[in-house]
Design a protein around this ligand. Structure first.
Ligand SMILES: Cc1cc2nc3c(=O)[nH]c(=O)nc-3n(C[C@H](O)[C@H](O)[C@H](O)COP(=O)(O)O)c2cc1C
Length: 222
């Protein structure tokens, strides 16, 4: 579970006038360089960096993540002050993933459509970062997401399924769960039906440029 940060920011204090945009790139494809979503997340980050100083952390989920199990659940639902060393170790990977998300201003997430949903490894990532009392909490008025002040882009690829159509369960679910965690500003850029549409990837690359064409750097926008 080793990220490749170009720099790290353990705190979440913000001084938007004086620092680069903190970008967390998340890839989930089981494929390497041939992956459409990896190409799209790389393009997106490159285009963003051309418009705005950024600090990039890359989280590659391709090799998999641990699933939530009985020990994880018991540790997570133990009061933090009461956790023993073993429980703290059990949650250390999750803590690191949560810290990456908390430190980020922007999430750039590659989403290959697998069996009409997200790859299991991307689901495992969400399970690791959705932490009661850390990234969301329940209040008298209902659940409240604690990942505030962030936005996300989903760079989605499919072979034959229309993205946003009736049997794409990946993008509506991701929108919902990210919103649940407090990230309501989620934009989808899709290279869809690539098996039938050879130009789909190039059009998605063009959409990235289009999407970012009006980008105002954070330092100027603040
Ligand atoms: C295990 C697996 C399941 C897939 N399931 C679907 C699917 O349900 N619908 C679809 O349109 N494409 C499906 N595909 C095709 C991928 O979405 C497509 O190849 C896409 O480019 C994957 O992203 P990547 O190139 O970044 O790996 C599947 C591919 C794999 C490997």
């Amino acid at each position: 579970m080793n990220p490749r940060p170009t720099s790290s920011h353990p705190d979440n204090d913000r001084d938007d006038s004086a620092r680069p945009l903190r970008v967390l790139r998340v890839d989930a494809s089981g494929r390497g360089d041939d992956s459409a979503t990896r190409r799209l997340t790389a393009s997106f980050v490159r285009e963003l960096a051309a418009r705005q100083p950024i600090e990039l952390v890359e989280r590659d989920l391709g090799a998999g993540l641990p699933f939530v199990d009985a020990a994880w659940i018991a540790a997570n639902f133990t009061d933090p002050d009461a956790r023993d060393a073993g429980q703290r170790a059990t949650l250390a990977g999750s803590d690191a993933l949560v810290a990456e998300v908390m430190a980020a201003d922007a999430l750039v997430i590659g989403v290959p459509l697998y069996n009409f949903g997200v790859p299991a490894t991307l689901k495992a990532w969400i399970d690791q970062i959705a932490r009661a009392r850390v990234t969301f909490r329940y209040t008298a008025d209902g659940p409240e997401g604690l990942l505030r002040g962030k936005r996300a882009w989903l760079l989605v690829a499919s072979g034959g399924t229309p993205v946003g159509g009736a049997v794409d369960f990946a993008t509506p679910w991701l929108r919902h769960v990210l919103g649940f965690l407090g990230i309501g500003q989620v934009e989808v850029i899709a290279a869809e039906r690539l098996n039938a549409d050879a130009g789909g990837l190039e059009r998605a690359q063009a959409r990235i440029v289009e999407t970012l064409s009006g980008w105002a750097p954070v330092a100027e926008a603040a």
